[in-house]
Design a protein around this ligand. Structure first.
Ligand code: C2E
Ligand code: MG
Ligand code: MG
Ligand code: MG
Length: 292
């Protein structure tokens, strides 16, 4: 099922963009029903510490498992969920499923690191959001310290004061905050210094230009240096090949996510991933230990 993800999504792209444009309301109804039927599921993609060779965490990525259309990718339904207001319910369902799963893994003694959940600006700006997160953590028993919320740079567009207030309160609960797709929109590093944020994820579009473009390489190196100096963790997302990995490791980035190490997969695939624990980067960080 996980292996077919790419294929299915490509097959669906043409059909869906067309159908959605023609009949948004029908799609909203379908999505609402899918949420009721439990067809929206979390998939998990590893974030690896390439210095220690361990699984540092999992990004939780929503998938719509439709009985009629197969696996539908978030690009096809997250925007729809956002504009129809269904994102609130979708976000809570994903959070609840992931935290339930995460608590079960912990109970089995499985080390999966942090769970990183994507949160839309709509969700963060919703008055009930903090209470929802608090309630889900309480009900599932998943530790707040292991939860990381990924927010896109777009959250700064609306009311900075209220965003800062929400993030401060989340962090006071022990939850970590990451800025997703960093470098694509508004947030500057100078500004981040004053924000309640733990981590940035450098957007995949930068990786696409590495190692080819000198300018991109220089920008990424500068981001690394500055982020590290103000105490922010950095994750490189969208690492697909060894030269991108070598470049990021060389720039001092050890947290790596991308197809090179693995695609998002259903929960059943995670235990094997966690036990493998041999995810080293280049020789600077040591040799891959195949025996573990
Ligand atoms: P994102 O948060 O930036 O997630 C990373 C995306 O890059 C994922 O796409 C992932 O599958 C993909 N990716 C990871 N490594 C590679 C790589 O090496 N190469 C390439 N080409 N792609 C890679 P996905 O799963 O299609 O999700 C797309 C976006 O949908 C996410 O971007 C996120 O913004 C949003 N999303 C997904 N799940 C949720 C959710 O539960 N809630 C909300 N609000 N948004 C979600
Ligand atoms: Mg993300
Ligand atoms: Mg991202
Ligand atoms: Mg991205």
């Amino acid at each position: 099922q996980a292996k077919n993800e790419g294929k299915n999504s490509y097959r669906l792209v043409g059909i869906q963009t067309h159908e959605m444009a023609g009949d948004r309301l029908a799609w909203q109804t379908r999505l609402r029903r899918a949420l009721e039927q439990g067809e929206i599921l979390p998939y998990y993609q590893g974030i690896f510490d390439t210095e220690y060779g361990t699984l540092a965490g999992l990004e939780v990525l929503a998938r719509w498992q439709s009985p009629t259309d197969g696996l539908i990718m978030p690009g096809q339904f997250i925007p729809l969920a956002e504009e129809s207001g269904l994102i609130k319910r979708l976000g809570e369902q994903i959070l609840r499923q992931a935290c339930t799963q995460g608590a079960a893994w912990l109970a089995e003694g499985l080390e999966v690191g942090l769970l990183s959940i994507n949160v839309s600006a709509h969700q963060l700006h919703d008055k009930g959001f903090l209470e929802t997160v608090e309630r889900v953590l309480e009900q599932t028993g998943f530790p707040a310290e292991r939860l990381d919320l990924e927010l896109s740079e777009a959250i700064w567009v609306e009311g900075r004061e209220s965003v800062i207030d929400s993030l401060t309160r989340l962090r006071a609960m022990g939850i970590r905050v990451s800025i997703d797709d960093f470098g694509t929109k508004y947030a500057s590093l100078a500004y981040l210094r004053h924000l309640p944020v733990d981590r940035i994820k450098i957007d995949k579009s930068f990786m696409d230009d590495i190692p080819g473009s000198d300018i991109t390489s220089a920008i990424v190196s500068a981001i690394m240096t500055m982020a590290t100096s103000i105490g922010l963790e950095v994750v490189a997302e969208g690492i697909e090949n060894q030269s991108q990995l070598d470049f990021m490791n060389g720039a001092g980035c050890r947290l790596i996510q991308g197809y090179l190490y693995g695609r998002p997969q259903a929960a059943e695939a995670v235990p094997a991933l966690s036990r493998r624990a041999d995810f080293r980067g280049n020789s600077r960080f040591g040799v891959v230990d195949h025996e573990r």
